[in-house]
Write a protein that binds this ligand. Sequence first.
Ligand SMILES: [Zn+2]
Length: 100
Amino acid sequence: MAETSDWRLFGQEKYLFSVDLIRREYDREQVVNSPWEDDHCEFCKTEFMKHNFPDVLHEGYTTPNGLHWVCEDCFNDFRTMFRWNVVESSDQRSPRNPHE
Ligand SMILES: [Zn+2]
C-alpha cells in the first residue's frame, strides 16, 4: 500500500484520478533514436517499449486514449488511492492472447 508521500507521486491525480484503465500489450512502434517516441510509467518512469531491451516493460495499464501508461507494480500500489476502473479492452488490433 502506497503512502501519499510516495516518491512516485507528483500530481498525477489531476489527470489520472478515477479514470478507466485498460490492461494491454504495449504495441507502439518506436524508433530507437527518437526519445520523444517512448512512453514511461506515469509513476516510476519505467520505460515501455515494444523492443526487447533489458529493463523495459511490454505490457501495462493505459488510459483509453493511450496517452498515459502505468506499470503493473504502480497499478497495484495506487489502484486504491486513485480509484481506477479497469475495463476490458475492446481493441481489435491486438487479438492475440499472450497467455495462450
Ligand atoms: Zn511504475
